[in-house]
Design a protein around this ligand. Structure first.
Ligand code: SF4
Length: 231
């Protein structure tokens, strides 16, 4: 039996529960009066082509110097920023991306994320995609996790699971995204959808890290009875 995105979500919810992504240090932002959504954006840029554990080291460095907010990233010298985020890899490229995004936010939205996110979702997405080094996965992670707006994030893990199960979709980014959104929008209210997209993406990542690895561990996988790949 082929799974739908809704059925996939139900199974993974039973298996992993609510994962409450995106990981972020609320206490730091409460103490410093900074916007926690900016940490999500920084994380989404830093996680490109690297493991999350490396991003955590970079975020810890930024926090240890009280730099994890819009004004401080805007004011810090790029060489210093590069050093702080070095553990996340491609640190020169990523420092420039962080600087560019932050300047854009300051120049066009007074550095205020409410101003940035309080717009039509397609407009926000197009704008993000026009910025240096922001591709679909990063843009959609920012929109969903920082903006709490309704867009499903597709990553390499999602593509792998779609292909292996298989789910009834081609594997281009946009087709997978539309496939998930179309099905899930029929099952949940528009109010609940951002939470569902948030959880399902997180659940897929955990599934891929724990079971559906490059060399999958199918015997323990909660999807094994639905999956063609293991036959
Ligand atoms: S059964 Fe195996 S291939 Fe299929 S989703 Fe699970 S781990 Fe991946």
């Amino acid at each position: 039996m082929k799974l739908t995105p809704h059925a996939l979500h139900e199974i993974l919810l039973k298996e992993f529960g609510n994962l409450n992504w995106w990981p972020m240090d609320k206490g730091y932002h409460e103490k410093n009066g900074s916007d926690p959504r900016y940490e999500i954006i920084v994380g989404a840029i830093l996680t490109q082509n690297t493991a999350w554990s490396n991003v955590e080291k970079a975020l810890t460095n930024l926090k240890s110097q009280n730099k994890l907010d819009i004004n401080n990233i805007s004011n810090i010298k790029i060489e210093n920023l590069q050093e702080l985020i070095r553990p996340s890899g491609f640190f020169k490229q990523k420092a420039k991306r962080l600087k560019d995004f932050t300047e854009y936010l300051k120049n066009n939205y007074q550095g205020n994320l409410d101003n940035f996110f309080d717009r039509d979702i397609n407009t926000i997405r197009e704008e993000l995609l026009s910025l240096n080094g922001i591709g679909p996965e990063t843009a959609d992670s920012i929109i969903l996790y920082a903006g709490n707006l309704s867009i499903f994030v597709v990553d390499a893990y999602t593509k792998r699971i779609c292909k292996r199960l298989p789910l009834d979709t081609n594997i281009s980014y946009e087709e997978i995204q539309q496939f998930f959104q179309k099905d899930l929008c029929k099952k949940y209210s528009s109010q609940d959808i951002p939470k569902v997209y948030n959880e399902l993406h997180a659940q897929i990542v955990i599934l891929a890290k724990n079971y559906c690895k490059k060399n999958p561990e199918c015997d323990k996988c909660p999807l094994k009875q639905y999956c063609s790949y293991r036959d």
